[in-house]
Write a protein that binds this ligand. Structure first.
Ligand SMILES: Nc1ncnc2c1ncn2[C@@H]1O[C@H](COP(=O)(O)OP(=O)(O)OP(=O)(O)O)[C@@H](O)[C@H]1O
Ligand SMILES: [Mg+2]
Length: 308
């Protein structure tokens, strides 16, 4: 089995997006340049100290927003920075992250006996018992399959702090947890938000994503009343020079005044990498999508050992 160790990228400065303390793109769409809009409250990221633990929740109630892509690519960026990353796949659809990343179960294990997030939600096992290796060194995965959807309608599952507790009790030396949320508001997404931490909101640049942005803001605002969550970045997936890119970007900056607004350029690599069960970063390390995710990762966390 191939084991890939992810290395830092050597990116010439001219290929990086400029970062600017602006909250709006004003130029005509055909002259738009990708650049990261920083909030006034932005401070340069620090490395994660030993024993410290960061949680990112990749959340949008809209389907096809780029949640799974953002989750995997950032996990790869953080692993290349020297961190141990655990992804929790909280989206029980077979075409999700578990299908893309294919966790390494013990040899000869009958698929019926695989342990998944569902078993954690039922309190049968701890998170470390369902954390599997992947093809990437230091990227681990808690899988879920369609059967995990039972969590949504089984009244026996009502402990909204279950996941939070499971993370607290884990003894694995994980630096960063990233949760890929399901595309709807239900128990799984509520349990995820209850963990508390930093929310990343991916959004595709379409009219339908734009229409759903008000209800997304409402959901996040309501979650903030109950849980310790703050929106760290709006991720504009499959970004291009279009009027709608500019409109969605500006709206995100307005809705989430303390968040980065980060374009991730559209590329064919992003759509073909999953076919080979590879991250975009592994599939093409020169892809603009790879470069943009790398830059976003470095805006959120500094590499291990970097000067604080
Ligand atoms: N930068 C990009 N360029 C081109 N296509 C992209 C890019 N990012 C994501 N996509 C494509 O957008 C689609 C949706 O992405 P993804 O599966 O990550 O979204 P999702 O929010 O997880 O979807 P779901 O709600 O179904 O879980 C995929 O086909 C993916 O390949
Ligand atoms: Mg997904």
């Amino acid at each position: 089995m191939v084991q890939v160790t992810l290395e830092p990228l050597k990116i010439p400065e001219r290929l990086r997006m400029p970062t600017v303390f602006e909250r709006a793109w004003a130029e005509p769409a055909n002259r738009l340049r990708p650049r990261i809009l920083l909030p006034a409250s932005f401070t340069a990221p620090a490395p994660i100290a030993p024993g410290e633990h960061r949680v990112f929740m990749v959340f949008n109630r809209k389907g096809g927003a780029g949640k799974t892509t953002t989750t995997l690519e950032l996990a790869c960026v953080f692993a290349a920075m020297g961190y141990v990353v655990r992804i929790i796949d909280a989206d029980p659809q077979d075409a999700g992250l578990t299908g893309w990343l294919e966790p390494r179960y013990p040899k000869g294990l009958d698929p019926k006996n695989r342990l998944t997030l569902k078993h954690v939600m039922y309190g049968e096992v701890g998170l470390d018992d369902v954390t599997y290796r992947t093809r990437y060194t230091n990227v681990f995965l808690v899988p879920s399959y369609e059967d995990c959807a039972v969590v949504e309608y089984d009244p026996a599952i009502n402990g909204e702090r279950t996941l939070r507790r499971a993370i607290k009790r884990s003894e694995a030396p994980v630096d960063i947890t990233i949760v890929d949320c399901p595309p709807k508001v239900g128990k799984l997404s509520t349990f995820t938000l209850a963990i508390g931490g930093e929310v990343l909101v991916p959004s595709q640049l379409s009219a339908l994503d734009q229409k759903s942005s008000e209800s997304l803001l409402r959901t996040i605002t309501e979650a903030q009343e109950e849980y310790d969550v703050r929106v760290r970045a709006a991720v504009l997936t499959a970004w291009g020079r279009t009027v709608i890119s500019r409109e969605v970007g500006n709206e995100m900056a307005e809705h989430y005044p303390d968040a980065l607004v980060c374009p991730i350029r559209r590329s064919v690599d992003a759509t073909t990498a999953p076919k080979e069960n590879k991250s975009i970063r592994e599939y093409n390390k020169r892809s603009t999508t790879t470069l943009d995710f790398d830059q976003l990762g470095h805006m959120l966390v500094a590499p291990r050992g970097a000067a604080a």
